[in-house]
Ligand binder design. Sequence first.
Ligand code: ZN
Length: 140
Amino acid sequence: MNAARVFKDSNFILLSGVLMKIKQGTLEDIMRAARNVYPKEFIAFLGSTQKNSVIDELVMLPSTFGEGFSSIRMDLLPIDKSIVGSVHSHPSPNAFPSRADKSFFPKTGEIHLIIAYPFNISSIAAFNAKGKPVRVEVVE
Ligand SMILES: [Zn+2]
């Protein structure tokens, strides 16, 4: 599965009854950040500032460019209802969640993106909190 299928498929899966969308510009920020920190992992949280289920914000933590989720200072995560999920990069072409990813997802929201090498639109996949593939629509 790759992002081309994730994003172009018209049978969107609803999360909590709401179709999740992501701004094109936010997606581009994610791709740029993942390339910049490679071969390290890029990690950030996804925010929605408009309460309309459109992901339009990346929330970075001080450990954003660390060695994986184990290094994230969860205590620094803002108590902020605008956070809807997470995004992180894989330095390999494998965009499927690891066991560690699957245990991390439920703690940080409903929608989780993994961007795999080479960090383009075709190497992004989206998952729900249980690690099941979901679809996200890209909007302008
Ligand atoms: Zn991962």
